[in-house]
Design a protein around this ligand. Structure first.
Ligand code: FES
Length: 210
C-alpha cells in the first residue's frame, strides 16, 4: 500500500509511523527532492531479492523497483541510484526500465488512490466513463507522463490500470488496496464518501492538509 503523505511536513511515514522519506513538496503535493531513509529492514528485503538472481543481477531490477515503490510511494532519483548500485549497472539502465513501464510512478500518488481498469471488459462496461467521472469529481486534473492524476492537496489520485482479473463484474476499480466490482458512479460516490481517509471523515482536531 502506498504510505500516507503529509504535504505540510514533506514526510512519508512507514506502517509503524516511522519516517521513511523526507523532502521538499511542491504545490501539487509532489516531492521536489526527497531523501529516503534506507532502513536495515528495507536493505535486507533488497538483499533477499538479489539472492533470487545469482546469475543475472540485472534481472532483479523489476522486483527492486516494485519493492521501492510499494515502500516509498514512487521512484525517485535516489531509488534509481540505489537500484543501480544493487544490480551494479549505470543509473541510465534503471531509468530506461522506469520510463518503459507505466506502473512505475515518478511522483507520489494521493492518499486515496483510485485505480480504474481499462482493459476490454471494463472498457466496454463503462471504465472510461467512470474514470472521467472520478477525474472531475475528485478534481485531480490532467495525468502526468505516467497517467497519474493527483489533486492539488495530495488527497486523491486517479489512474488507469490493466486487467484486475475480475472481468465478469466490470467495471472494476481499486481504492488503495481494496477491490470493488460492478462499480456505478453512485457506488463510487458511496465508497469514496465512506473512505476513512476522506477529508470529511478526518477527526476535527486533525484536519487533512489544505
Ligand atoms: S477487464 Fe477489467 S478486470 Fe479484467
Amino acid at each position: 500500500m502506498h504510505p500516507p503523505v503529509n504535504p505540510l511536513e514533506g514526510e512519508v511515514h512507514g506502517p509503524n509511523g516511522e519516517i521513511v522519506s523526507r523532502g521538499e513538496v511542491d504545490r501539487h503535493g509532489h516531492f521536489a527532492h526527497s531523501e529516503v531513509v534506507i532502513t536495515p529492514e528495507f536493505q535486507d528485503r533488497g538483499d533477499e531479492i538479489m539472492t533470487h538472481y545469482p546469475a543475472s543481477r540485472r534481472s532483479a531490477v523489476l522486483p527492486l523497483l516494485h519493492l521501492w515503490q510499494e515502500t516509498h510511494g514512487f521512484i525517485s532519483e535516489q531509488a534509481i541510484e540505489w537500484i543501480a548500485g544493487m544490480i551494479r549497472l549505470q543509473t541510465i539502465n534503471v531509468l530506461e526500465v522506469v520510463t518503459f513501464y507505466p506502473m512505475f510512478r515518478r511522483h507520489p500518488a494521493g492518499k486515496i488512490q483510485v485505480k480504474v481498469c481499462r482493459t476490454l471488459s471494463c472498457a466496454l462496461g463503462g471504465g472510461y466513463e467512470l474514470r472521467d467521472y472520478l477525474t472531475k469529481k475528485l478534481n485531480v486534473g490532467e495525468p502526468d507522463e505516467h497517467g497519474l492524476a493527483t489533486s492539488a492537496d495530495g488527497t486523491y489520485s486517479v489512474e488507469f490500470v490493466e486487467c484486475l482479473a475480475s472481468c465478469g463484474t466490470a467495471p472494476v476499480i481499486m481504492i488503495n488496496d481494496d477491490f470493488y466490482e460492478s462499480v456505478t458512479h453512485e457506488k463510487a460516490d458511496s465508497l469514496l464518501a465512506a473512505h476513512p481517509l476522506a477529508p470529511a471523515n478526518q477527526p476535527a482536531n486533525n484536519p487533512p492538509p489544505a
